[in-house]
Design a protein around this ligand. Structure first.
Ligand code: FPP
Length: 231
């Protein structure tokens, strides 16, 4: 059981799950193996975040740019995703998780899309939120929001209008964005929502992200002073 607990200051944590490929390569294994272990890590990290009291967890599973990867790697990630969908309902019940997908679902085969929508609908009563960004791009999300507003006939828009039409309209913005795997960039993740987020970068490769590594990120967050543009 967790020994740290968060408060209102950390409602939403987001992860850029980087380093699966390098983790596998270090072990002489194909990149796909890294994604498969990374998926188990993802499920464990979500549970731990729930245990320490975080109400919203977002993970960057697959970007609009990731389709450019070799076909066999894309296929492997999609298979891992389909397997996850197969057990997600049961896990959602067990851990009280409302799962939401961020991104354009229209690219997925009808059967997968129907399972995604069913999971979102059937878990909607749970208090914890898990956002899975898949076929997601931050710029794409903002364009999508603006086009929705144009379709509604708006000729002038406010920040609140955009916020309300993002895929994340149901939750607060991230307080903390964690990126594993040593790179220090946002890679088109939650561009609008990240305006006042704290960032935490670590060298841990995603499959090695254990409870202690999550706790270290949370502790670093609590050592920061957030001013939201004030003094
Ligand atoms: C980045 O590591 C990881 C990805 C692009 C895919 C992440 C996917 C998973 C964790 C599994 C699927 C998740 C779900 C929703 C069940 P990388 O491949 O860029 O690693 P590298 O930087 O070491 O090459």
């Amino acid at each position: 059981m967790a020994n740290i607990q968060v408060d209102e200051r950390l409602r939403h944590i987001a992860f850029i799950m980087d380093g699966n490929g390098r983790w596998a390569k270090k072990r002489g294994m194909p990149r796909e193996y890294g994604h498969s272990v990374g998926a188990k890590t993802f499920e464990r990290v979500v549970r731990h975040c729930g245990d320490i009291g975080i109400r919203v967890v977002t993970v960057y599973a697959f970007s609009t740019e990731n389709w450019r990867r070799p076909q066999h790697e894309v296929q492997a990630i999609m298979t891992i995703f389909a397997e996850f969908l197969g057990r997600a309902q049961k896990q959602a019940e067990e851990y009280n998780i409302h799962t939401v997908f961020l991104g354009d679902k229209s690219i997925f085969p009808p059967e997968i899309r129907a399972r995604m929508e069913a999971l979102e609908r059937d878990t909607a009563h749970h208090p914890l939120t898990l956002n899975i960004a898949i076929n997601y791009g931050g710029r794409d999300e903002i364009v999508h929001a603006v086009n929705t507003l144009i379709a509604q006939g708006k000729t002038e828009i406010t920040e609140d209008d955009i916020t309300a039409n993002l895929y994340t309209a149901h939750c607060p913005p991230p307080d903390l964005i964690v990126r594993t795997g040593s790179e220090m960039r946002l890679s088109n993740f939650l561009l609008w929502q990240a305006a006042y987020a704290e960032f935490y970068f670590c060298d841990t490769l995603w499959p090695d992200m254990d409870d202690a590594a999550v706790d270290a990120a949370v502790e670093a967050f609590y050592a920061r002073k957030r001013r939201f543009g004030g003094v």
